[in-house]
Design a protein around this ligand. Structure first.
Ligand code: SAJ
Length: 415
């Protein structure tokens, strides 16, 4: 049985390691966070994803998946560590560097190294390949195989999409790409397309950048429509009835650890200025300030105003709050001396978080829907009416039925 070492047991590494272990490989999952390793060894995945716990536990119990703080000699190494955005708007590749250095200690001739982490162009060959060469003397494409195979899965549907999505696989040479395809074909039902390293690196970035630009267009339309008192959702709905138009929904900003970040990974490699990509990024980044400005305008006349914010995560029905637009809205309101209370039953830890909706709504002047979690459909508006000081709802996702709320005595505004 071939051995695989998966470096980094986060949102992608842990599900991938579990799937490989359930499909014919002996897997060692490596993570530098000792708390994560302890939790995993106790049978508790630190990530909530449908179907993950079952496949993780079965692999662990049958001994095909082990977890540890250190790598070992293996046939295949997969790097799935974070590549966050640094303060300079460039990729922070320190985790990729550390993982590559560690692999250098255990790699042998004929092994396969796969980078999965979203990375700027040339990271696989120059950074991963460079570090391994420097430390082990082995050269990619000559002594071992090197591939880039990005994840493309949607949080909340990770296991399903890891199995069913198509994959792009880049290789330093054809054999590297083919060997990587062999590994993924153990559990992937989607099609796999082989190409070179740079193309695969850019494809991943382009997918998320395409979505970011589309979202910027939708968000800009929402601002134009607001000037004319036109409902932007109607405009987009009717425009999308054209067979070749597909505009996304405007919202209070673009969050998550991918879409607001990946465009910068392209921009760090280009010298042209004032690109569509950069302008789109700025439009989306400004949206939370548009939202906090609207909230402030609606409550500024009240004495010691208070806003209740529903939703802290970056999107609906997930607990992940990385790059969440709510963070920027809350900071701006606090700077404007508004009292802010955030309620999100899916998020454990957040600035100004309130445990109960009742406490959060008490003497509030406005309820702001930031994230369309299903649980927010069941809010008891009759009770909310009694708790709030002023009955105003600002809906940034077109989530509620405005007429119904108006009939219950609320002033209803949407983005
Ligand atoms: N959003 C809107 N309006 C929409 C759709 C999304 O405002 O119509 C907002 C969301 O609220 C959220 C942000 O955009 O704040 C991003 O959410 P998302 O659902 O568009 O994307 P992610 O970040 O959850 O996952 C994306 C996916 N990429 C694409 O669809 C091209 C996923 O397939 C990638 O694997 C993932 O990024 C990643 O890891 O790169």
């Amino acid at each position: 049985m071939k051995k695989i070492c998966v470096m980094g047991l986060g949102y992608i590494g842990l599900p991938t390691a579990s799937l490989l272990a359930n499909n014919g490989y002996e897997v060692l999952g490596v993570d530098k966070n000792a708390r994560v390793i302890d939790k995993l060894n106790a049978g508790n995945p630190h990530i909530e994803e449908p179907d993950l716990k079952g496949i993780f536990i079965s692999a662990l119990n049958e001994g095909r998946l082990k977890v540890s703080g250190k790598a070992q000699k293996s046939d295949i190494f997969i790097i799935s560590v974070p590549t966050p955005l640094g303060d300079d708007n460039k990729a922070d590749l320190s985790y990729v560097e550390a993982a590559s250095a560690e692999i250098s200690r255990y790699i042998s001739r004929g092994n396969l190294v796969i980078l999965e982490s979203t990375s700027p162009m040339d990271t696989t060959e120059k950074l991963v390949g460079g570090i391994i060469h420097e430390n082990s003397g082995l050269k990619a494409g000559k002594d071992y195989l090197l591939s880039f195979c990005p994840e493309r899965v949607l949080p909340g549907k990770i296991i399903f999409e890891l199995v069913n999505n198509n994959r792009i696989i880049g290789g330093i040479d054809r054999e590297s790409a083919e060997e990587a395809r062999e590994v993924y074909s153990s559990f992937v039902k989607g099609e796999m397309f082989l190409t070179d390293l740079r193309t695969a690196e850019l494809v991943k970035l382009v997918e998320n950048t395409y979505r970011d630009v589309n979202l910027a267009f939708a968000n800009e339309l929402s601002l134009i429509c607001a000037d004319y008192d036109i409902n932007v959702r109607d405009v987009i709905k009717y425009a999308n009835m054209h067979p070749r138009v597909n505009i996304l929904n405007p919202g209070p900003g673009v969050g998550g650890h991918c879409i607001p970040i990946d465009p910068w990974f392209i921009l760090q490699s280009v010298s042209r200025k004032n690109t569509l990509i950069e302008r789109s990024r700025r439009i989306n980044d400004d949206m939370p300030l548009v939202v906090s400005g609207r909230i402030f305008d609606l409550i500024r006349k009240n004495k010691n105003p208070k806003a209740t914010i529903l939703g802290a995560s970056y999107k609906e029905n997930v607990g992940d709050h990385r790059e969440s637009p709510t963070k920027a809205v809350v900071s701006d309101l606090l700077a404007k001396k508004v009292r802010v209370s955030v309620y999100d039953p899916l998020v454990d830890d957040f600035i100004n978080r309130e445990e109960s909706l009742e406490a959060s709504l008490k003497s509030s002047d406005i309820m702001v829907l930031m994230v369309g979690h299903n649980v927010f459909r069941d809010i008891d508006f009759k009770k909310a009416c009694k708790l709030m000081r002023n009955k105003t709802v600002f809906d940034t996702r077109n989530f509620y039925d405005g007429e119904e709320l108006a009939s219950r005595g609320f002033k209803y505004y949407r983005l």
